[in-house]
Write a protein that binds this ligand. Structure first.
Ligand SMILES: [Zn+2]
Length: 98
């Protein structure tokens, strides 16, 4: 179990001194890691991004595959430079078929 602190720290993602998320947003190792190492701002940024991804790809969240896909994207978002994230072309909103 990661130990969560509320003290300001340097975020592993954006490198800013900020408040940590302070809890595991997911009940997984990745969730623990993100909760301990990333800041609240990055988490709200991800929530926005997640919404876009869900809408863009029409993800059905009752389907476990959708969750796996989102977790992969989340990992890329927090621990990659973002270049491998799903490209969201706003002009094709709703026209992508799986
Ligand atoms: Zn951050």
């Amino acid at each position: 179990m990661a130990i969560f602190s509320k003290d300001k720290f340097t975020c592993a993602r954006c490198g800013q001194k900020n408040e940590p998320i302070g809890f595991a947003p997911l009940p997984t190792d990745l969730g623990q890691k993100i909760g301990a190492e990333c800041c609240k701002n990055c988490w709200s940024e991800w929530l926005e991004k997640q919404k876009q991804i869900i809408n863009h790809f029409g993800l059905d969240l009752s389907n476990p595959d959708s969750h796996d896909y989102l977790f992969d994207q989340m990992k890329l978002f927090f621990y990659d430079d973002g270049t491998n994230l799903a490209a969201i072309d706003e002009t094709k909103e709703g026209t992508i078929e799986w």
